[in-house]
Design a protein around this ligand. Structure first.
Ligand SMILES: NC(=O)c1ccc[n+]([C@@H]2O[C@H](COP(=O)([O-])OP(=O)(O)OC[C@H]3O[C@@H](n4cnc5c(N)ncnc54)[C@H](O)[C@@H]3O)[C@@H](O)[C@H]2O)c1
Length: 336
């Protein structure tokens, strides 16, 4: 009989309940424990996985014979819970962000390596079929040279108290930008403002700079009239948008570009603008969270490398930390 991964899920709140569902739906995973400090939340979510034991004590999960621990609690708790789980010999999946400081992230990565355990961070969009498609288009040079990109992740809510909009929302965009550019930023400048709560930015505009001169702008907010989940990548040959709010036609490829040609008297004459067809590629509509959960399960059982591993978590947390420092310094450029 095929071996199943025994897992315990810690934190089954607004997002954690989806994480629980996706792990429970995996054919290769058996969710044995469901844990939450909130008794009511636990009473509501645990029965969705009838075979699992419900507990309010993290130790029950850590002391059990589970192979893996899935952490979907608030970000402030990630570092400690992930460390304890790794120390207990478990493979660990942690929701984004991996934790709230680069130092803690590096320690978790070292610990996972020392214990030879898998450490995965829930950079969900890297499991989105549309992001995979964008990466493939860039790899095949269908956009030409990638010049720059920008992302918008804004909505009215969910307003958090223990982290700002930058730490809450930007991990998604930063992970995608790093993935598509194939590198991590060397500097960040970020400006934001706190309107609803003192010291907690509701809106942030951040510029990520890369060593090769490319730039990416990230706009995140939970105080905005529009629900936008959109990215635009501008290349020398084509431009592409990924709009996650679209039900089906999420990617649009614009055969548009501009070229400066030599030999003309004026600059205006030398700029050739090309505006061709707009195409909408068909992309698989599988649920990214299910793909992500299955990836963790498969990588642990088959001992394969994880796409969004601890090193990826460290890269994103370093960028977040530099952005947070820039916010404190009024938008100064902070090197990473
Ligand atoms: N990937 C995504 O798209 C996505 C979306 C939303 C949230 N998230 C992430 O998921 C995580 C959880 O977010 P949420 O919106 O579900 O938060 P939430 O506040 O709704 O739920 C967190 C739950 O964790 C429980 N909890 C906290 N500390 C605990 C502990 N020590 N032991 C056991 N249970 C504990 C709380 O009681 C609560 O039920 C965060 O890291 C967040 O950034 C990811």
């Amino acid at each position: 009989m095929q071996r199943l991964l025994k897992a315990g899920v810690i934190g089954v709140g607004n997002w954690g309940r989806n994480v629980l569902r996706c792990f429970a739906q995996s054919q290769r995973c058996s969710v044995e424990w469901v844990c939450d400090l909130d008794e009511k939340m636990l009473a509501k979510q645990a029965p969705t996985v009838p075979r699992a034991t419900a507990t309010m004590k993290v130790e029950d999960v850590l002391d059990s014979d589970c192979d893996a621990v899935v952490i979907a609690t608030a970000a402030v708790t990630h570092s400690e819970l992930a460390r304890r789980a790794l120390e207990a010999g478990k493979h660990v999946y942690v929701e984004k962000p991996l934790c709230l400081s680069a130092r803690d992230a590096e320690q978790l990565l070292d610990l996972a390596n020392a214990r030879q355990r898998k450490l995965m961070v829930g950079h969900l969009l890297l499991y989105h079929p549309c992001v995979e498609r964008l990466a493939e288009m860039i790899r095949r040079e269908e956009l030409g040279a990638v010049y720059y990109m920008y992302t918008q992740r804004v909505n009215l809510g969910v307003v958090r108290q223990d982290e700002n909009a930058w730490w809450s929302l930007a991990p998604h965009d930063i992970s995608v930008v790093c993935h598509l550019f194939g590198s991590q930023p060397v500097a960040v400048s970020a400006s934001g403002q706190c309107y609803l709560q003192k010291g907690i930015e509701d809106v942030v505009f951040a510029m990520l700079r890369f060593a090769d001169g490319r730039i990416a702008h990230v706009h995140v907010s939970w105080l905005d009239p529009h629900k936008i989940r959109k990215m635009t990548v501008v290349g020398s040959e084509r431009m592409v948008t990924f709009d996650d709010m679209e039900a089906s036609e999420k990617i649009r490829v614009y055969d548009k570009g501009a070229e400066v040609k030599a030999g003309y008297e004026s600059f205006a004459q030398s700029v050739a603008i090309r505006s061709g067809d707009i195409t909408i590629p068909r992309v698989n509509s599988a649920e990214p969270l299910r793909i992500e959960a299955q990836h963790f399960v498969d990588c642990v059982l088959d001992n394969k490398p994880i796409r969004t591993d601890g090193a990826d978590g460290v890269r994103v947390v370093r960028t977040l930390e530099a952005g947070a420092e820039s916010l404190r310094r009024g938008g100064e450029v902070v090197s990473i």
